[in-house]
Design a protein around this ligand. Structure first.
Ligand SMILES: *Cc1c(COP(=O)(O)O)cnc(C)c1O
Length: 384
């Protein structure tokens, strides 16, 4: 059984996007060991694309490391047979640490207490754990404060079972060119690396850049970049890509028309009667609603594509369906509908939609609901 509403995920496009990013950041460096590598971010079910299929495809494409939000996400990938290193971004103190050793995950150390907790577990299991150290340079979320390292680092480096081979930070404002914080964070991160070397944490592998930062400023490429959005084919708003660099959206959200009917002048459509027909109107019903991730704010303002045409969503978005105005398009039951993505020459673009809704493109992708099937194109192929 396949529901009419599904997300089509093209894994060949994903791999091509990965290779484009990888090629971009390894430009102009001849020695392979000095090239910037790519840590592919697959948190939150790979931004709604399905973590396991996406992780396997990225592994096939040559990704050196994946990154997840928490231990549970990492364990899911290991259980599916993913073998490359997996970095866990999240704070550890509140989570169950056991999976880390059993599943060979790479935790982030964000505080002395997290380091201590990991050390206790590592001793118990008689193992050494490779960790990445996180420095908070201004995001004020996870990480050791950049201006306090001489105080906190001693409590971190005493833990002899923890091996710190990498250090990273995360930018808060990489897509906003009007704020000075991005530059400040870069400076603070460089200074932090100097302090680290006083604690014999020298020559660490450094990474900082999310999608927006890596497009904005090549000075923050360092040893690795950490794109999420860009791998899924979405260029962060307000950023330009270099000429000859291209990514394409990996996901298309599709459905079908399940019913078409006429509405008379003065009649309303849907809950609340929020749409009222000012002329004889043809309405089509599409079985995708807010439970599938469509934002209710698209009620009466959003569009979908049918027969290569952009048609408006009318009335309120329901839990399981939407109504669209097809008065000007000749449609029939069973016609394909695109909710996000291309059809013919038209496109419902994630960036445009995120602007309509006043949110970030990440949220639109992650919303793709759990009852939506993912249909993978090009699974297990290794074409260029
Ligand atoms: C989510 C995340 C990223 C990826 O961000 P994009 O904007 O999707 O490229 C990188 N690093 C960290 C720490 C993250 O949490």
């Amino acid at each position: 059984m396949v529901r009419p509403t599904f997300a089509q995920i093209d894994l060949d496009i994903l791999k091509t996007n990965y290779r484009s990013v990888s090629r971009l950041v390894s430009e102009s460096v001849s020695k392979p060991d000095l090239r910037t590598s790519v840590i592919a971010v697959v948190k939150a079910n790979a931004y709604g694309h399905g973590a396991v299929a996406v992780a396997r495809a990225l592994e096939e494409a040559g990704a050196s490391m994946l990154a997840c939000a928490d231990i549970e996400e990492g364990v899911q990938l290991r259980e599916a047979g993913v073998a490359i290193p997996i970095l866990v971004f999240g704070a550890l103190n509140v989570s169950d640490l056991n999976g880390i050793v059993e599943h060979g995950l790479t935790p982030t150390v964000s505080s002395p207490s997290a380091a201590r907790a990991l050390q206790v577990m590592a001793e118990k299991k008689r193992s050494l754990i490779n960790c990445h150290l996180k420095i908070d340079t201004g995001m004020n979320r996870f990480g050791l404060r950049h201006d306090n390292l001489r105080k906190t680092l001693p409590e971190v480096v005493v833990n002899k079972n923890l091996i710190f081979d990498s250090v990273y930070t995360h930018f808060a404002t990489a897509e906003n060119f009007n704020l000075p914080l991005f530059e400040k964070q870069q400076k603070r991160f460089l200074n932090a690396q100097k302090v680290l070397s006083e604690f014999s944490l020298r020559g660490l592998y450094c990474h900082a850049a999310n999608s927006a930062a890596l497009l904005r400023d090549r000075r923050c490429w360092l040893n690795a970049v950490r794109p999420g959005l860009l791998l899924y084919g979405i260029v962060p708003p307000s950023l330009k890509v270099p000429t000859d660099f291209k990514v394409r959206p990996v996901m298309t959200l599709r459905s079908k028309i399940v019913s078409v009917k006429g509405v008379r002048v003065g009649e309303t459509v849907g809950y609340g009667g929020n749409f009222s027909a000012s002329k004889p109107t043809r309405i089509a019903v599409v079985p995708a609603g807010y439970a599938d991730g469509l934002d209710v704010r698209l009620s009466g303002t959003g569009y979908v594509l049918v027969r290569g045409r952009r048609v408006p969503i009318v009335g309120s978005i329901c839990m399981d369906s939407i109504m669209i105005d097809v008065t000007d398009v000749h449609v029939a039951t069973g016609d394909d509908v695109v909710l996000i993505g291309d059809q013919g020459d038209e496109c419902i673009d994630v960036i445009q939609m995120s602007k309509w809704l006043g949110t970030v493109p990440h949220e639109i992708l992650c919303r793709t609901g759990s009852r939506i099937g993912r249909l993978y194109k090009n699974i297990g192929t290794s074409s260029e």
